[in-house]
Ligand binder design. Structure first.
Ligand code: DHB
Length: 322
């Protein structure tokens, strides 16, 4: 029995990997991931130059959730290109996450990532929340997003080595959002989508201090962890039914156990990212969750991850779309 899966044209030893943002900003964190049982090393969403991010405390977790407003603290894209080069000796695929802050620079980052022999895959983050002085999340504004992707298209077309390129999406809520976004994913030829980024603009209050648990933006930040799992499963299931099957889904959100991964796979994810639980437990989480998943697979008689993907038994006859 194996946890391996092909993500587009890349064979992964495990369908599990870190979520961008979780323990993947510094070289030591990335090295830890390279030595863990994660199937991929995913780097922190990067900007052109280093960013210090928002004031601290900017991350908080408790039993069932995390909230963050990091403000895109990262070491700049060149740092992640170099890290990929140094970590590549053990052959684990490196997925570079690229923030979409400022289009001209973002396109240069994309260009460099596509040219680097050390970057296996690219996740374009069009759902960055938490940036001070920005009122919008690009992926919620379909006309703006369409215009933006039109400008990005010439760079996407320069993908000579056919590297898998995907987009990381925010949680959607209304059926029209799933339909509009699906059209754009097909139109621009993305190979995978990561579902979902943290639920944006949440507030958590500490009773002892009568204050928000994080400082930036009056305590407003992105929510992750098991509280958001039903939202994630719904997003995976809806996109899985709307998109052509060759566009793969990476689930992200609310994964603490092998059973959580199993649910993501049933809903239609081919791979699963772990964020909050990785922050809580460190990189041993991949082995622990992987072993739990193997126990479920054995019990249910599965040999491979591919046999589970999208096999949720709906109570009404399965329909594509709605
Ligand atoms: C940050 C948070 C995100 O959810 C994201 O996708 C990118 C950046 C941040 O606050 O650093």
């Amino acid at each position: 029995m194996s946890l391996s899966i092909n993500l587009v044209n890349i064979k992964l030893e495990s369908c599990l990997m870190n979520a961008s943002g979780a323990l993947c900003t510094t070289y030591d964190e990335l090295k830890d991931l390279s030595q863990s049982q994660s199937g991929v090393i995913v780097s922190k969403s990067c900007s052109y130059v280093e960013r210090k991010g928002n004031p601290k405390p900017r991350y908080y977790h408790s039993d069932n959730f995390s909230i963050n407003s990091m403000g895109l603290a990262n070491l700049g894209y060149n740092f992640y290109l170099s890290s990929a080069k140094y970590l590549n000796s053990n052959q684990k695929p490196f997925m570079m996450s690229i923030a979409t802050l400022d289009d001209e620079y973002t396109f240069q980052i994309l260009d460099s990532a596509l040219k680097s022999p050390h970057i296996a895959m690219i996740e374009i983050n069009i759902s960055c929340p938490n940036i001070c002085n920005t009122d919008t999340i690009l992926a919620y504004h379909f006309t703006d997003l369409d215009n933006y992707l039109t400008k990005m298209k010439p760079y996407l077309d320069k993908n000579e080595n056919s590297k898998p390129i995907g987009v990381k999406l925010p949680p959607y809520w209304e059926p029209y959002q799933f339909k509009e976004m699906s059209k754009l994913i097909v139109k621009y030829g993305f190979n995978f989508i990561t579902l979902v980024n943290s639920v944006p603009n949440c507030l958590v209050i500490d009773t002892d201090t009568d204050s928000p648990v994080i400082k930036p933006k009056n305590g407003i930040g992105g929510l992750g962890g098991s509280y958001i799992k039903p939202v994630v499963l719904s997003n995976i299931s809806q996109f899985y039914r709307l998109l052509p099957k060759e566009i793969q889904i990476i689930g992200c959100g609310g994964v603490e156990t092998g059973e959580d991964v199993y649910h993501h796979l049933l809903a239609g994810a081919s791979c699963v990212q772990i964020g909050t639980s990785l922050m809580k437990h460190g990189t041993n989480i991949f082995e622990a969750v992987g072993n739990e998943l193997k126990t479920i697979m054995k019990m249910k008689g599965y040999d491979s991850i591919g046999q589970i993907v999208g096999h949720l038994k709906y109570n009404t006859p399965m329909q594509d779309g709605y």
